[in-house]
Design a protein around this ligand. Structure first.
Ligand code: PHE
Length: 457
């Protein structure tokens, strides 16, 4: 095990940290944006199918490899398949997670800006009083304008991006567990409660049912090749799969951790948050008539939620509370994303934790700052027709994560030492073994073929 001061103290803490890695902007920001542009319920349905068929088995493969290898992503493959080039999968994960970190920090910066402007009241300035029956559309337009103004100015997004990187750096310097583990224990349940309250408000808006129906009643004609790729990408993204993140976290798991149970909890939490966010956003979207607008998925949450808050009695307080929770959900994910590179630097290069954290985080200040300009100064700089931000988002999610997942499945199913999966899934025979056969079958025959078909056909 790495000597970088990361051990999960308790079962609850370990689950909270793993759920913390999974639940983040992927569920709250990315999921509604994807659902919005991929046909709503049809996307939701595919997402659920992908979670069960691909998500859980791939997660179990990562967790098993990580705990058996007891090293960072690179070291795990070196240990489990010495003398072979499979360590390349670890390198792939380290690079991929870093690329995710670059654009993720930008959105985390938006969350922080919304938190700050909720507290100061600037976000709600000039919007006037809003009730479910009146002024809703005007407020909606006002928030769309605010978001556009914010991201199209070069400085503020860059400053907030740098602030969140520094906050991540400080947390990572202290070691993940004490701060993050404890924080996750409080933050994650609070997030559920706040989302539940917001659901009630959103569903009480006039004409909200149309949005709910759109979100829950699948129109199968909406399913196309790209819907399926996006649903699969979203599955891997929302569970933090394919990039060695769970390998790294599982290397800190105690031997007695029940991994099938842990993975079921993480998947359920991730799905629940996405569903709740959908119940908040889409009724509001239809109530405000947003569905007819040219809607930018990327900024959907930041435009729509403030209108819902504006309908609440304690607008600023609720808004601040929500963006605080969103911010923490994002941080618990970014620390896991960065932990992959940091664990590698500590394990392989034998750097002290402090040095590893600085080497991993400081270049991000430059890369993420550049990425934050995708909506302003660099809006016309296109990679394959996309801004740098959109390119990083869709390339990592829809290409790198699935490729990482295929390689993991092949490794866990075919290459890893015999009985590794069985031993890890049953804790060397002490847990029930019914999951072993179906998981190995999926890892060998179903998941790699399915992912490759979806990706390349
Ligand atoms: N799962 C995290 C989220 O949903 C983000 C993430 C993606 C983390 C990929 C690691 C790898 O926000």
């Amino acid at each position: 095990m790495s000597d970088n001061n990361n051990q999960f103290g308790s079962k609850l803490g370990l689950i909270a940290a793993t759920v913390g890695s999974a639940v983040g902007l992927g569920n709250i920001w990315r999921f509604p944006a994807e659902a919005q542009s991929n046909g709503g319920a049809a996307f939701l349905l595919l997402y659920i199918v992908c979670l069960v068929v691909l998500g859980i088995p791939v997660m179990l493969a990562e967790l098993s490899l990580g705990r058996a290898g007891r090293a960072d992503a690179f070291g795990t493959f070196k240990k489990l398949a010495p003398g072979t080039p499979w360590y390349f999968v670890g390198v792939f994960g380290i690079v991929g997670s870093y690329l995710i970190g670059i654009f993720y920090m930008v959105v985390e910066g938006w969350s922080l800006e919304y938190l700050v402007t909720s507290v100061t009241g600037a976000l709600y300035e000039g919007v006037g009083s809003v009730t479910p029956g009146s002024n809703v559309e005007a407020a909606d337009n006002a928030f769309i304008l605010k978001m556009q103004e914010y991201i199209s100015s070069p400085w503020m997004p860059m400053i907030y991006t740098c602030i969140v990187i520094i906050i991540n750096l400080v947390i990572l310097l202290g070691g993940v567990q004490k701060g993050i583990e404890r924080l996750s224990n409080i933050m994650m349940p609070s997030l559920f409660v706040v989302l539940l309250v917001l659901c009630c408000v959103s569903l009480s808006l006039p004409n909200s049912m149309a949005g709910l129906e759109w979100f829950l009643k699948p129109d199968f004609s909406k399913i196309t090749g790209s819907t399926i790729i996006n649903a699969m990408g979203q599955t891997f993204f929302s569970l933090s799969l394919g990039m060695g993140i769970l390998i790294t976290y599982a290397s800190y798991y105690p031997d007695k951790t029940n991994m099938p149970q842990t993975s079921a909890i993480v998947c359920a939490a991730s799905l629940l948050v996405a569903l709740l966010v959908g119940f908040v956003i889409f009724p509001a979207v239809s109530s405000f008539g947003l569905a007819d607008h040219e809607l930018e998925g990327t900024t959907l949450v930041f435009q729509t939620l403030p209108v819902v808050f504006a309908c609440l009695p304690a607008t600023r307080l609720c808004s601040a509370l929500f963006f605080l929770l969103l911010f923490f959900a994002a941080i618990t994910s970014t620390v896991s994303i960065m932990e992959v590179s940091i664990a590698f630097l500590c394990d392989k290069k034998k750097f002290s934790r402090k040095k590893a954290v600085c080497i991993a985080m400081l270049p991000l200040l430059v890369f993420s700052s550049i990425c934050s300009l995708s909506f302003s100064t660099l809006a016309d700089f296109k990679i394959f027709g996309m801004t740098m931000f959109d390119f990083l988002d869709s390339f990592t999610t829809n290409v790198l994560l699935p490729i990482g997942a295929i390689l993991l499945c092949i490794f866990a199913g075919w290459v890893a030492p015999k009985h590794l999966m069985k031993n890890q899934l049953t804790n060397f025979g002490t847990l029930s073994s019914w999951v072993v056969k179906p998981v190995i079958f999926i890892l060998r025959w179903v998941a790699p073929v399915l992912i490759a078909l979806i990706l390349f056909c």
